[in-house]
Every structure is written in C-alpha cells, then in structure tokens.
Ligand binder design. Structure first.
Ligand SMILES: [Ca+2]
Ligand SMILES: [Ca+2]
Length: 122
C-alpha cells in the first residue's frame, strides 16, 4: 500500500512534461526470463512478487501483496503455475499459463489471489 501511495503522489506531482518516477520502469519487461511475476495493478504495474519457475511449494502472499493481483506474467517456456483465492492453495484458482501473460484479469479474479506456486499448473 505504501508503494502505491508513493506512486500516486508522484503522479500528482509529476504533471505536465515531467517524467513520472516510479512508473517509467513498470512494465512486462520487469519480469525476468524463466520467472513468474504478479502485479497489483493492471498493465504490469506495482510488482507484488516474482519467483523462478518450477517450484511446487505453495507460498502465501502476505501483507500488502495479499488480495491485490490484477496482472501477471509467466516467462517460463517449460512450466505452468497456479494462483489461488485463499491461502495454502485453496479456493478459486487461476492458471499461470506457460509463456503467457494477462495485463488485466477478469473482474471476478481481481484482488483475490492469496497463494501460488510456479509448477504443476492448477
Ligand atoms: Ca489490485
Ligand atoms: Ca484472497
């Protein structure tokens, strides 16, 4: 939340022709090859977390990252991941398709992801 507020403040300050710090680098390219990345806003802005491909360990998203995912990328060419609505891999799920991304997930899937892994699809 703090980061989002800082960006919002920067956008208010950075009017006119001034470049907006903090958002210039927010992009799909921030996610490294063979990594899977989650962002808190649409269009790959406000990265919440990133993980290397191939981990079967389900990690919970905590603090400001919980219930915020709005866009994601899977830059693995070999693995599909999974995200769940609830902690510890339970509830509604969404697949992180191999070599795919989504800049704006469906409203029903927004701001709900609480846990994920980077292998074994859903
Ligand atoms: Ca969000
Ligand atoms: Ca949740």
């Amino acid at each position: 939340m703090r980061i989002k507020n800082l960006i919002a403040s920067a956008m208010i300050v950075g009017t006119g022709l001034v470049l907006v710090p903090g958002t210039a680098s927010a992009a799909l390219s921030d996610c490294d090859a063979a990594y899977m990345c989650l962002w808190g806003n649409n269009d790959f802005k406000w990265m919440l977390t990133e993980r290397g491909q191939g981990s079967s360990t389900i990690l919970n998203l905590s603090g400001d990252a919980n219930d915020e995912m709005d866009s994601w990328a899977n830059k693995s060419t070999t693995h599909s991941g999974c995200m769940w609505k609830d902690a510890n891999g339970s509830g509604d799920d969404q697949t992180l398709g191999r070599n795919q991304n989504d800049s704006n997930v469906a409203p029903a899937n927004s701001d709900e992801v609480s846990s994920w892994r980077t292998a074994y699809s859903c």
